[in-house]
Write a protein that binds this ligand. Structure first.
Ligand SMILES: [Zn+2]
Length: 496
């Protein structure tokens, strides 16, 4: 009799526990484009389905550049996967958080079908989990790509153009070294999944030039290998709009995403292992669409064109061309006092009261300075011209849109003490730092590149930059967007 009672009690407590229990399932599917180039390390779509009695959240991460607009994921991707997964599994359209790492991998043509397949595989594996939040630190792999010049203007680091002269650069912007993460363990203690959030453009590439999921593909692989318990690591890109990998412009050694990505993986792993998992507690996902003001770049384009014309007009004639400039630059770099011949010739000359070599050197140095001045002007014209093209493209898009606002979906996710807010554009790092600082919850994390793509989303100050930088030209937004977004983001975060 006692035995039966014990069994009944155990049975009923398990049943009660199961009723509010969060369940999770994870899966990943290779999304490489197999025909374009050989694969170094495959890009993936990964899905983490989270479900209790009342709520379902589907976190999807993809090693792609964006959802629509600039990459090969179609513009109707979100609509398609929402409709299909609602029809087949009954998942509400508001349950999705789909983040792209922003790496430049070449991917398959049927990304929506692969995503659906991945979510279904995760759904089929739902099992009870415990969870816990954590934070890590990584400051060796990223750098802010915007810097202030002596002129007060801002310029940026791209391969699309050359950098300003070293002596012009006086200050660099901040990075966000924080890794925000959440670990899900199965009830047997093994780790089912880790989601982790960090801000960096994963655009370092690999030395063999093959298809790669880049830095954040490697970091996820480190986490999955280290846990080795059928663990899925899902990277959620943060406010990486103006954050580059370090050594992005290196020309002396092959750029290698694996080195930097592995460091991120190790730091993530170090933080993930410290997490103590428990019952997840509050579990919520909310989605809201807000309207943000579109920019009118007409005046800015006119100003930039006037600036370009002024730069062109400032070019002066020079005696030297690149062929004659180069050996002179090397000779003067090696020996400033005696660039044209051995020093004894100069000394003999001087003893005889002549200064022929000194005069020649002075003339060469004047010509070199004039030539270099033209080069710097040409480089500045390249930066201005490249950014005028971006402004003109977005001005045309904003005019074609037929309305002065842009609809933007924000998602809020709460998992116990973990709070996340997402945005579709490339948020610059200061916005993430602002929100983390202002939010009432300690473990607050911000993700860009989620549930759509609207190009860059720089701060109001960055948008007013009189110089030329990608983030403030490769955007659809007017400066007023920042205040509207930050207010709504805080309201959503604090209400989670
Ligand atoms: Zn970008």
């Amino acid at each position: 009799m006692l035995k039966v009672l014990v069994i009944l009690l155990v049975g009923s407590s398990q049943w009660l526990h199961a009723a509010g229990q969060l369940r999770a399932g994870a899966a990943k599917v290779d999304i490489s484009h197999v025909d374009t180039q050989p694969v170094n390390d495959p890009p993936y779509v990964k899905a983490l389905v989270l479900k209790d009695d009342t709520t379902t959240a589907v976190i999807i991460t993809m090693d792609v550049v964006s959802i629509g607009m600039i990459g090969s994921v179609p513009n109707d991707y979100m609509e398609k996967i929402r409709a299909k997964l609602n029809a087949d599994l009954g998942i509400p359209p508001t349950s999705f958080l789909v983040n792209t790492s922003h790496c430049h991998a070449a991917i398959c043509g049927d990304i929506d079908e692969k995503t659906v397949e991945c979510v279904k595989a995760a759904w089929a594996k739902l099992e009870p989990v415990r969870g816990g939040v954590g934070t890590g630190h990584e400051d060796r792999i990223s750098e802010n790509r915007r810097f202030k010049l002596k002129s007060g203007r801002t310029a940026d680091v791209r391969h699309a153009y050359s950098l300003p002269a070293d002596e012009e650069i006086v200050e660099v912007g901040p990075i966000d070294p924080e890794i925000g993460l959440y670990r899900f363990d199965r009830l047997d203690g093994t780790t089912l999944a880790v989601i982790y959030n960090y801000a960096v453009h994963p655009i370092q590439q690999v030395p063999n030039g093959r298809n790669t999921a880049d830095m954040t593909g490697f970091s996820s692989q480190v986490v999955e290998d280290c846990f080795g318990q059928d663990t899925t690591a899902l990277f959620i890109q943060g406010c990486g709009g103006d954050i580059n990998p370090v050594l992005y412009k290196d020309v002396s050694a092959p750029r290698n995403a694996e080195t930097l990505g592995s460091l991120l993986g190790i730091s993530t792993m170090r933080a993930a292992r410290k997490i103590k998992t428990a019952e997840v507690g509050e579990f919520k996902i909310v989605s809201q669409t807000i309207e943000l003001p579109r920019a009118d770049f007409a005046e800015r384009i006119d100003l930039k064109k006037a600036e370009r014309d002024k730069l062109v007009a400032s070019l002066g004639g020079t005696s030297l061309n690149f062929k004659t400039f180069q050996p002179l630059a090397i000779a003067n770099g090696l020996s400033q006092d005696f660039p044209s011949y051995y020093s004894h010739r100069y000394l003999h000359d001087r003893k005889l009261g002549r200064a022929d070599y000194d005069r020649l050197d002075a003339e060469n140095q004047r010509n070199m300075a004039a030539y270099l001045n033209n080069i710097h002007t040409m480089e500045e014209i390249t930066r201005v011209q490249t950014n005028i093209r971006l402004l003109e493209m977005h001005q045309a898009q904003n005019v074609a849109a037929g309305k002065r606002t842009l609809d933007v979906e924000l998602v809020g996710l709460r998992l116990g003490d973990f709070h996340m807010l997402t945005f579709p554009g490339e948020l610059t790092v200061e916005i993430g730092l602002n929100l983390k600082q202002a939010a009432m919850h300690e473990n607050t994390f911000i993700a860009g590149y989620t549930n759509g793509y609207i190009y860059y989303a720089p701060t109001a100050d960055q948008l007013r930059n009189p110089g030329s930088a990608q983030e403030d030209c490769d955007t659809l937004l007017a400066p007023e967007w920042q205040e509207l977004f930050e207010a709504k983001a805080l309201e959503m975060l604090n209400g989670l």
